[in-house]
Design a protein around this ligand. Structure first.
Ligand SMILES: *Cc1c(COP(=O)(O)O)cnc(C)c1O
Length: 328
């Protein structure tokens, strides 16, 4: 309900204004997921046009979502530029000069890394080229969090950018589109948007997550990812100490990874409680009333404390007490 207009409000309006306030974008729109966001973006704003994209960004996201296929489905024409490992501003410029491309697209290669003899065009370089030639720049960030330089850069340079609601943002499954008011207005007016808009439960969950970002309340995924190693060490030692009366347990330093292939090749300094016998305990904990998932490394079962929530320690202790009783 729109309080000031005294009539039914537009679904999504609250979330859109929060997104604009958090990111500085002129306008925002939310759809079911980021795959839908990318498809809507290309269908509504690039159909029938040539879209220049680096050969290093023709990726497949999980679940068989392939950038070239989605581009073809949207009615846009794929114009590959550069090579797998090296793409320069001149490669995009050549595609524009030849009249092959009328749109520039940047897709974040979320789940793989090219290392070695590589070169990529920065977003400001690409944005400056788009502005200089008067063509739109679209950017699929994959994942983004408010306040990050990547998101600020995309809002500053891209006409429209999009990212997932359930990756670094830590909210529900959703696709978030941010950008200039004019192209966002066209996306909202496109019939495809009606088919891709999220339900009110997803919008309510997204609003709650965005309010946490706005108010500086810890969003769980963000707090877990940024937990300092020193704090993790203290928590692992406390857990090991709490479990020791029930079962031999030590705190060990280890390495963790961000799940879902979101940060390929990156490891996080981590701390865990280590237990033995690894295989049998792993099975026991996994079958526990609240399944407890550890990782077996060098013959030990490691319970990484990074993803534990308050109260989880007591559940682990209960599972180990049951293990001990079964063997008494
Ligand atoms: C994850 C990802 C998508 C798909 O996002 P969903 O919200 O899972 O649909 C699309 N593009 C990129 C670059 C991604 O990383």
């Amino acid at each position: 309900y729109d309080l000031s207009a005294r009539r039914r409000g537009r679904r999504g309006a609250a979330v859109e204004s929060l997104l604009c306030a958090l990111t500085g974008a002129e306008a925002a729109l939310v759809v079911n997921n980021n795959a839908a966001a990318g498809f809507l973006l290309l269908s509504a704003l690039a159909a029938g046009r040539g879209v220049a994209i680096s050969r290093g960004e023709l990726v497949e996201i999980g679940g068989g979502f392939r950038v070239p296929d989605i581009l073809a489905r949207s009615g846009a024409r794929l114009v590959e530029v550069g090579t797998t490992n090296k793409t320069r501003p001149a490669d995009y410029a050549a595609a524009l000069d030849a009249g092959e491309a009328q749109v520039l697209l940047r897709v974040h290669p979320s789940n793989f890394r090219v290392v070695g003899f590589t070169q990529a065009v920065s977003l400001p370089e690409l944005g400056a080229l788009a502005r200089g030639r008067g063509v739109p720049l679209f950017c699929d960030l994959g994942s983004a969090a408010p306040g990050s330089p990547e998101l600020a850069g995309a809002v500053a340079w891209a006409d429209v950018c999009c990212f997932s609601g359930d990756k670094l943002l830590g909210g529900p499954q959703a696709g978030i589109l941010l950008g200039k008011a004019e192209p966002l207005g066209r996306l909202r007016a496109d019939p495809l948007f009606r088919a891709l808009r999220p339900g009110k439960l997803a919008l309510a969950a997204l609003e709650a997550t965005l309010l946490d970002w706005r108010d500086g309340t810890a969003v769980p995924v963000s707090a877990m990812l940024s937990a300092p190693p020193e704090e993790l060490r203290r928590r692992a030692e406390a857990l090991a100490e709490a479990l020791s009366p029930l079962h031999p347990c030590t705190a060990v330093e280890t390495a963790g990874e961000v799940g879902g292939g979101a940060r390929p090749g990156e490891s996080l300094p981590a701390w865990a409680a280590a237990l033995e016998p690894a295989e049998a305990l792993e099975a026991h904990l996994r079958a526990w009333r609240v399944p407890i998932l550890g990782r077996i490394h060098r013959g030990k079962l490691l319970l990484d404390v990074r993803t534990l929530l308050p109260g989880d320690e007591a559940e682990i202790a209960a599972a180990l007490a049951a293990w001990r009783e079964e063997r008494a």
